[in-house]
Design a protein around this ligand. Structure first.
Ligand code: KG4
Ligand code: ZN
Length: 362
C-alpha cells in the first residue's frame, strides 16, 4: 500500500544520475541509478563537464525507470524534489531544470533539496530515528560533525579544514594505482594489508575541537611508497595492500577521535533522550569505519545507525526522502530557485576555510 505524500526525487550533483519514488512511510517504490564511474575512471576523478553532459543524456531514462518501477506516473506524485546544491554546478542545473519542467508541466509542487540534507536525513528513511542525533557526514566533498536537531536545523560542531574524507580515500587510491572510485577499491585492498607497517600522520588528533585535516595524508603515503620503491626497485601487491590498510587506519583514527570529542559536546549541549550516533555519506559505506563507530557508540551507551550501503553513496531516494520531509512541513519552492555550488547545512557556522565572495564552503 502506498501512503501519501509520494515524491519523485532527482539527484545529479556529482557523478550519479539518479531518480527515485518514495512514500511517506519510507518505502522506496521505484529506484534508478546510473553511475558514471566508468566515464571518469580514465581521468582518475570526476570531470565536471563530462558529468553534466552525461546527466543530460541519461536523466530522462532514470526518471522513467523509477516511475515505471513504482507503477505510477508523474500525475500520481504529490511533488517533485531535486538537488539544488551543493555540487558540480553543471550537473546540479541539469537535475534542477528537469525537475522544474516536470513540476510545471504536471502542475505539481517543486521542492529544492540540499544534497547534504539528503545525506543527513537518509538514516531516517525507513528507520524510526528521533532527533536530535549526532551525525558524522563523510562523503567525497564533505566531512563534518553535526547535531541534527530537526529537519532544517543543523548545528555544526566541526568540519574539515582541507580535504574531505572521501577525497583522502580517492587521492590515495589514485596514487597507489587502485583506480576510481578510490574508496571501495582502497577498502578492498586494505583487507589483505597490515595497517601497522607504515606510520602515517593523524592531523589534529587530540586537539580541542572537532575539525579534520586530510590533505597531508596523500603526501605522506606518496613518500612512504617512493622510499620503498627506491629501496626494492618497485612496489609489490602486498606493499600496496599494506599502504591501503595504513591509510584506512589513519583516516579512521582521525574520524573516531574527532567523533569521540563531538559525542561529549552532543551530551552536554542536548541531553538527548535516546542518544544516537549516525553516520551518512559515501564513506559511511566503509565497513571498517562502521564497525569502529558502532564500538564507539556502544562504549558511550548510544544507539548507532548507519544507512544500508546503497543509501550511503549518492542516490535519488535520499533526495526524495529529504524532499518529502520538507514537503510535509509545508515547503514549496519557486521555479526561480537557483542552483547553488555551495550551500552549507548550518548557515550560521563560520567557515573553517574557503569563505569568499562565493560564500562559505560547506
Ligand atoms: O556521498 P557520495 O556518493 O558523493 C558525494 O556526495 O561526495 O560519496 C562519494 C565518496 C567517494 O569519495 C568514495 O570514494 C567514497 O565516498 N566511498 C568510500 C566507500 N564507498 C564510497 N570510501 C571508503 N570506503 C568505501 N567503501
Ligand atoms: Zn553525496
Amino acid at each position: 500500500m502506498v501512503t501519501h505524500p509520494v515524491i519523485l526525487g532527482i539527484e545529479t550533483s556529482c557523478d550519479e544520475t539518479a531518480a527515485a519514488v518514495v512514500d511517506a512511510t519510507g518505502q522506496v517504490l521505484g529506484h534508478a541509478l546510473l553511475s558514471q564511474a566508468q566515464d571518469h575512471a580514465v581521468y582518475g576523478g570526476v570531470v565536471p563537464e563530462i558529468a553534466a553532459r552525461a546527466h543530460g543524456d541519461h536523466l530522462d531514462r532514470m526518471i522513467a525507470q523509477a516511475l515505471d518501477e513504482s507503477d505510477m506516473t508523474i500525475d500520481d506524485m504529490d511533488a517533485i524534489a531535486a538537488t539544488a546544491g551543493p555540487g558540480l554546478i553543471g550537473g546540479v542545473m541539469v537535475g534542477l531544470v528537469t525537475a522544474k519542467a516536470l513540476a510545471l508541466g504536471a502542475g505539481k509542487p517543486f521542492v529544492a533539496v540540499n544534497h547534504l540534507e539528503g545525506h543527513a536525513l537518509s538514516p531516517r528513511l525507513g528507520h524510526d530515528l528521533a532527533f536530535p542525533y549526532l551525525l558524522l557526514l563523510v562523503s567525497g566533498g564533505h566531512c563534518q560533525l553535526l547535531i541534527v536537531e530537526d529537519v532544517g536545523s543543523y548545528h555544526r560542531l566541526g568540519s574539515t579544514i582541507d580535504d574531505a574524507a572521501g577525497e583522502a580515500f580517492d587521492k590515495t587510491a589514485k596514487l597507489l594505482g587502485l583506480g576510481y572510485p578510490g574508496g571501495p577499491a582502497l577498502e578492498k585492498a586494505a583487507l589483505s594489508g597490515d595497517a601497522a607497517r607504515f606510520p602515517l600522520p593523524r592531523p589534529l588528533l587530540g586537539q580541542d575541537n572537532c575539525n579534520f585535516s586530510f590533505s597531508g595524508l596523500k603526501t605522506a603515503v606518496r613518500r612512504s611508497a617512493e622510499k620503498l620503491a627506491d629501496e626494492q626497485g618497485g612496489l609489490y601487491e602486498q606493499d600496496i595492500c599494506d599502504l591501503a590498510a595504513a591509510t584506512q587506519m589513519a583516516i579512521g583514527d582521525c574520524l573516531i577521535d574527532r567523533t569521540r570529542r563531538a559525542v561529549d559536546l552532543y551530551f552536554t549541549q542536548m541531553q538527548p533522550v535516546t542518544p544516537t550516533l549516525v553516520v551518512a555519506g559515501g564513506v559511511a559505506a566503509n565497513k571498517a569505519l562502521r564497525a569502529r563507530l558502532a564500538e564507539l557508540a556502544e562504549s558511550r551507551d548510544m544507539a548507532f545507525v548507519a544507512p544500508p550501503l546503497w543509501l550511503c553513496t549518492d542516490n535519488g531516494a535520499m533526495i526524495a526522502w529529504a524532499g518529502l520531509e520538507r514537503f510535509r512541513l509545508g515547503q514549496r519552492d519557486g521555479l526561480d530557485t537557483p542552483a547553488r555550488p555551495r550551500w552549507p547545512l548550518d548557515e550560521t557556522a563560520l567557515p573553517v576555510y574557503g569563505g569568499g565572495k562565493k560564500g562559505a564552503k560547506a
